[in-house]
Design a protein around this ligand. Structure first.
Ligand SMILES: [Zn+2]
Length: 265
């Protein structure tokens, strides 16, 4: 019996890079298998039927064949293209940011439908919504929650005391969230977190996107929480990258130590 090794996934195209003469390597986040790296052969040829269906940030249905290093795109069909997103540089830059975070936090061979849906809905909002800062902040806080990295917004990360949201506190990316005034004053790199900033973060954390759309918040406040969230995200990604490197070093070390035993005596 011949096994049919082709399979289908629905996926968002996060990254593309050229490979060889005419091929492309795509990083996608799929509904069925989480993050994947796949090979689109001949995708850069004008005549390729596949090329029109493999645009960045689009939602595609792709048929894949098992490959040695990467699985290979056999057929592709665009499900969502987000045309308005592509006509605006600010919208595109937010979409690149989404793609970076999905690549950084998404795991291979680990399907997370909620994360997939969040990214798909966020691209839809980046295509149509006027407040891009709100779209990206909401995306960040949900992504962090879904991947288990949510920042602490309610208790001091140092002394565990409940945080009073009526006064200024501190924010520490390294500590993992909010610090009370006493602890924050003695923590290196902690920055002031104003009462409105904390209230906005808590609101995003606790409410649906539809509720967040009704919130009347000025742009300056939306903009002010951007560096706080991004410092936090960068510190997690750096930590993640370090732990991946650490695991790789351990494996290499283990492999080196095993070798002498495998040598013939
Ligand atoms: Zn404290």
């Amino acid at each position: 019996m011949i096994e049919n090794r082709n399979y289908h996934v629905e996926a968002i195209i996060l990254k593309r890079r050229n490979y060889g003469e005419a091929d492309r390597i795509l990083t996608v986040y799929s509904r069925e298998r989480g993050k994947m790296v796949v090979l689109a052969k001949g995708a850069r040829k004008q005549t390729s039927r596949k090329s029109g269906h493999l645009e960045l940030f689009s939602v595609v249905k792709i048929q894949l064949a098992k490959g040695r290093t990467w699985d290979i795109v056999v057929q592709a069909e665009t499900l969502l293209y987000f045309p308005l997103l592509r006509q605006s540089l600010p919208r595109i830059s937010h979409a690149y940011y989404l793609a970076e975070l999905m690549d950084g936090f998404g795991a291979e061979n680990n399907s997370d439908v909620r994360l997939y849906n969040l990214a798909k809905e966020t691209l839809g909002r980046l295509n149509g919504d006027d407040n891009l800062l709100r779209v990206s902040r909401f995306f960040e806080i949900r992504l962090l929650y879904l991947t288990g990295f949510q920042p602490q917004l309610y208790l001091c990360r140092a002394c565990q005391a409940p945080i009073n949201e009526g006064i200024s506190n501190y924010w520490s990316a390294e500590a993992g969230g909010v610090l009370c005034p006493d602890c924050g004053a003695h923590t290196a790199n902690a920055v002031t977190l104003s009462a409105p900033q904390l209230k906005l973060m808590r609101y995003l954390d606790r409410h649906s996107y539809r509720m967040c759309q009704r919130l009347e918040v000025n742009n300056a406040l939306w903009r002010s929480i951007e560096p706080l969230m991004q410092q936090y995200i960068v510190s997690i990604l750096e930590h993640r990258l370090r732990s991946i490197e650490f695991l790789q070093r351990l494996r290499q070390q283990a492999a080196r130590e095993e070798k002498p035993r495998q040598l013939p005596t």
